[in-house]
Design a protein around this ligand. Sequence first.
Ligand SMILES: O=C1O[C@H](COP(=O)(O)O)[C@@H](O)[C@H](O)[C@H]1O
Length: 223
Amino acid sequence: MNLIEYADRDMMAIDLANRLAGELTAVLQHQDRATLVVPGGTTPGAIFDNLCDVDLDWDRIDVVLSDERWLPQNHPRSNTRLIKKRLLTGQAAAARLIPLYAPMQHPEDAIPVLEAELSSCLPISVALLGMGGDMHTASLFPRGDNLRLALDPHAPLLVPMRAEGLDEQRITLSARVLRNALNLHIVITGEDKKEAVMRAEHLSPEEAPVKAVLDTATIHWAK
Ligand SMILES: O=C1O[C@H](COP(=O)(O)O)[C@@H](O)[C@H](O)[C@H]1O
């Protein structure tokens, strides 16, 4: 496993933001546009705070969430709300947000429209993912109702997901789309998540969905 350990969370946020920016710059040297995938949740905020002020051609960058909670974009648990507040600000306000949410009752209702926009942004240039203590990444949850479809090598781009214990319906990029990223990173913090990612190496993607991307990803960890 390609695991990088940092002295502390602040150092990780600075180094990782610089690394993502460097990879985006390299892609923009030979492509008109680049696609940056980012996670929601509680871990990436400090990385976004550093990345949003990096000098980049942000107007040539499309930003996509790895997954979304099916909630209005101003809801406190919305991942879109998080990235609007912490990433798409400062210099990065010039980036284009590719939505993973539409105000419809179920993700299934919106998938054709959302996929139409997303498809023009693939393959992903740079993906940053998070991971939960249960070894989910994006919204690929163990025992998720559509996990098998989301892990399929011929999966659609987007998959709706529900799982016991989740507060809301989800939508997620499929493992196929994530695995095809030109640069793939996972950011985790705390001893429990380090143990979890080590455990995932010896489990199947059905048991530990993060396993579906572990062999192609660089893992970034700080206590
Ligand atoms: O629900 C989610 O969880 C994961 C991990 O979040 P964290 O709060 O443990 O950092 C996140 O990567 C994903 O995007 C989010 O929707």
